[in-house]
Design a protein around this ligand. Structure first.
Ligand SMILES: [Zn+2]
Length: 322
């Protein structure tokens, strides 16, 4: 058994797990609050303690671990394993030598990745992307992240910035996105965007089952409720999903036309809506893509759920430190 560690530094939680990279199974994993207001040094210290505690609990010695993969939500120098800009963390972690510090704490070789690229890699090696040499992966939640595999390689681009599939422009004059651009996929298809679109329609007086499901309290409006209503056949809720899926579909049509991937994987909490998103995506792609054999392209939901990042990071560091 070859054991590697995957660890994600999130805006809310740090999650670490020990992974058998022969099978992709997570042996043990645990989350703790990030508490980023304590600053990077404190956070990294607690991260090392978390990983040590997992090793102790499974009685696995540091010598039996092949390496440590770490992901973070932002821009990372992949050569030096230094964070350059993590916009959602306090102090933004500019020029923090995460790899060096974690190696000094744990004695493990480190490789870093952006968080959604780690999910993409995990789904490709052990999840919904198994068996294809090219795929595009979306992780849809609070934002819309992405990643690309082309010719059996995770596409990194310079400074690891490639793969921001959710920040493609799909409407020239669309709403402002958190990234600074207008009309990104994210402003139409993220969880908050879907809830907001449903809320707008309800305030305009559209008739929908959603109001019964949330006891007439708009504060309880979530993408999950909109999905529940749509699955009950509610025409308004179906239209909300249709709109989000249509914008996603335009972006996916562009990806297919540009790089010709064989599989599209839709993940993240919002991705659980499944066919509510996949059906409009397939429809739009069929309307817009004419220069490749679409019958060879699969559209699927992600398989690994919350473990995708952990497993992907372990596989990623294993590839570089065997
Ligand atoms: Zn954007």
């Amino acid at each position: 058994m070859k054991i590697y560690v995957g660890c994600d530094i999130g805006g809310t939680n740090i999650k670490a797990g020990l992974v058998d990279v022969d099978t992709g199974s997570v042996l043990i994993s645990k989350s703790i609050p990030t508490l980023s207001r304590q600053g990077p040094e404190e956070v990294m210290k607690r991260m090392a303690e978390l990983i040590s505690a997992l090793m102790d609990e499974r009685q696995i010695d540091q010598k039996e671990i092949g390496g440590l993969g770490i992901s973070a939500p932002g821009v990372i120098d992949l050569e030096t394993n230094t964070t350059l800009f993590l916009p959602n963390l306090y102090t933004e972690w500019r020029n923090i030598p995460v790899g060096e510090r974690m190696k000094s704490y744990l004695g493990l070789d480190v490789a870093m990745l952006n968080d959604v690229r780690a999910i993409t890699y995990g789904e490709w090696v052990f999840g919904a992307g198994q068996g294809v040499d090219s795929m595009a992966c979306f992780a849809i939640g609070t934002g819309v992240g992405g990643g690309l595999i082309v010719n059996n390689q995770l596409v990194l681009g310079f400074d690891g910035t490639a793969g921001e599939l959710g920040h493609q422009t799909v409407d020239l004059n669309g709403p402002l996105c958190g990234c600074g651009n207008r009309g990104c996929i994210e402003v139409f298809a993220s969880g908050p965007a879907i809830a907001a679109e449903a809320g707008r329609g309800i305030r305009q007086g559209w008739s929908t089952k959603i109001m019964d499901l949330i006891d007439n309290d708009l504060n309880k409006l979530t993408p999950k409720v909109v999905a529940d209503a749509a699955n009950m056949g509610d025409a308004f809720a179906l239209e909300v999903w249709n709109r989000a899926g249509t914008y996603l579909g335009v972006g996916i049509a562009n990806i297919l036309t540009c790089v010709g991937v064989k599989r599209i994987v839709i993940g993240g909490g919002v991705g659980k809506a499944g066919d509510l998103l996949l059906n409009p995506i397939k429809k739009v792609v069929k309307e817009r893509v004419h220069l490749m054999p679409l019958e060879k392209v699969d559209f699927v939901t992600a398989k690994l759920g919350n473990d995708a990042g952990t497993v992907g990071l372990a596989a990623w560091v294993a590839r570089q430190h065997t």
